[in-house]
Unconditional design. Structure first.
Length: 74
């Protein structure tokens, strides 16, 4: 799991850096990637706990995506 987390984090950091309209520090890239990964983990866990009913979590995920993209554009 540790290797997977490290690989996922590094891949996300590269993608965020590529698509961000503003320059980001390594710390910002790291923090955003960890936010995305932990949010996905939490949404996945809560979806499983509710028997696969994911409409509320998809709405929350979409809001999170809008928030992150808005922050990267400014």
């Amino acid at each position: 799991m540790s290797d997977y987390l490290c690989t996922s984090k590094n891949n996300l950091m590269q993608q965020i850096k590529k698509y961000s309209r503003k320059p980001l520090t390594e710390r910002e890239l790291y923090t955003i990637s960890m936010l995305i990964l932990s949010t996905l983990d939490g949404i996945g866990l809560h979806t499983l706990m509710q028997g696969g009913n994911n409409s509320e979590y998809l709405e929350a995920w979409n809001l999170q995506v809008k928030f992150i993209c808005s922050w990267l554009e400014n």
